[in-house]
Design a binder for this molecule. Sequence first.
Ligand SMILES: [Zn+2]
Ligand SMILES: [Zn+2]
Ligand SMILES: [Zn+2]
Length: 260
Amino acid sequence: MRVTFLGTGTSVGVPVLTCDCPVCGSSDERNRRLRAGLLLDWTNGDGESSRVLVDTTTDLRQQALRVGLDRVDGVLYTHHHADHVLGLDELRIFNFVHRVSIPLYGRSETMDAIRHTFAYAFDANARGVPRIDIHVTDGPFDVRGVRVIPVPVQHHRLTISAYRIGNFAYITDCNAIPESSAAMLRGVEILVIDALRRTPHPAHFSLAQALSEIERLEAGTAYLTHLSHEFEHGELEKELPEGVHVAYDGLVLEADEATV
Ligand SMILES: [Zn+2]
Ligand SMILES: [Zn+2]
Ligand SMILES: [Zn+2]
């Protein structure tokens, strides 16, 4: 399974509108961070390929253009905050081209919020709206032959989904991982984890907290995401311990969806 980082930025993105700090003004592409999301793609034994998004970010259209996305076979939602869902309308074009509804997977609160925010998409008489099918998930499920394990984590008062797929795990927007969930993630080979900024935040891990979670989860290699403009890519990369890296938009990783 190939993992492509479509976005690695916090909710306002980087550069931040109106900001004239050195990171927002940087010419290093790795300091340009769209809203946080992933593209997962894999090909099964019969040569059938699948493309699945993690979240439909505010920047989805731009992200899809960058990677030449030509199909969407499903979306795994982490939670319903604006930066993770507002690109949902962009799914329409894939409906028009492929003439199938796109399955969305997520927790019941996430799906309720999507129904509310995108009410027009659930009007059976409406035309030209996204065609989507809601799948409420409260345990492991399969997407086109691949086992997906939602892992409940805390995002301030909200419980949201991290995801584990084979030897890969994605934890965005998180400030605490209960022990029962840590047990589902422990020993994962490739871990992506939220590290918003240096100082503590009620809804996100700080850099120090993310690093201690990476140790606690005994991850093989880890990548930091949902980054604010406090972090200059090259400087942060230099100060990280071995095996921990700064993710950036366009980064591609190879994971194994079948090995746990
Ligand atoms: Zn977010
Ligand atoms: Zn800035
Ligand atoms: Zn959030």
